[in-house]
Design a protein around this ligand. Structure first.
Ligand SMILES: *[C@@H]1O[C@H](CO)[C@@H](O)[C@H](O)[C@H]1NC(C)=O
Ligand SMILES: *[C@@H]1O[C@H](CO)[C@@H](O)[C@H](O)[C@H]1NC(C)=O
Length: 193
């Protein structure tokens, strides 16, 4: 008797557990994905360059062969547009892309950017750091040649007059004659993006 009931009990328990977990798991999964899309708050205007360059401001040092909004059928990180810069300098050059006058609710915010970098010949490196109001969102990231990756982190919103400023600072050091290039897309300051 006991030999028969034990496997039956185990089987019954497993069936019940499975039924319970699948009943619980399905509604939780769909609730998670809908709250992810619902809760993306981005205080930036035109964060993915789909509407062109404005109101972004680019400041550069050194020599640049080309820079601005590029459109590609294979797309940026999202959509077709992204910001692209190709520096033809063999010594240090930099580009800072910023957006000012942002109205941001106080508290902790996430600030981030998607970047892709190319350094022909694998010489030197490109340093990328995201700032909100001159406060770094995360330690600088040092890259060579890489596909799309997200950089940035979390920062406390400071009290400033005249709105907040998000800036992505990119510095490329010694390069080959082919220079180095950077692509930027999907910048965000806010949460859940
Ligand atoms: C870099 O590109 C610009 C624009 O095409 C050009 O005027 C400049 O001479 C180039 N500099 C170097 C070092 O190749
Ligand atoms: C976004 O900010 C929250 C705190 O406000 C933090 O817990 C979370 O790790 C941040 N996410 C990223 C990707 O930095």
């Amino acid at each position: 008797m006991a030999l028969l009931t034990l496997p039956v009990l185990v089987l019954w328990t497993l069936t019940l557990l499975f039924a319970l977990s699948s009943a619980l798991a399905l509604p939780m999964d769909s609730a998670d994905s809908s709250s992810l899309t619902k809760h993306c708050t981005n205080f930036l205007t035109n964060p993915s360059f789909e509407a062109g360059e404005l109101p972004w401001l680019a400041m550069v040092t050194g020599s640049w062969e080309t820079r601005g909004i590029w459109a590609s059928s294979s797309g940026g990180h999202s959509g077709s547009n992204y910001y692209y810069g190709l520096s033809n300098s063999t010594i240090e050059t930099s580009i800072t892309l910023s957006q000012s006058g942002l109205s941001i609710s106080p508290g902790q915010v996430n600030c981030s950017a998607w970047v892709a970098s190319s350094r022909p010949g694998n010489m030197g490196s490109t340093r990328i750091e995201v700032y909100l109001d001159d406060v770094s969102c995360a330690p600088a990231v040092q890259v060579g040649t890489t596909g799309w990756m997200k950089v940035g982190g979390t920062v406390g919103v400071q009290d400033v007059e005249g709105g907040h400023t998000l800036a992505v600072v990119i510095v490329g050091d010694v390069a080959t004659d082919e220079g180095w290039s950077i692509s930027l897309d999907d910048l965000s300051v806010g949460s859940g993006c």
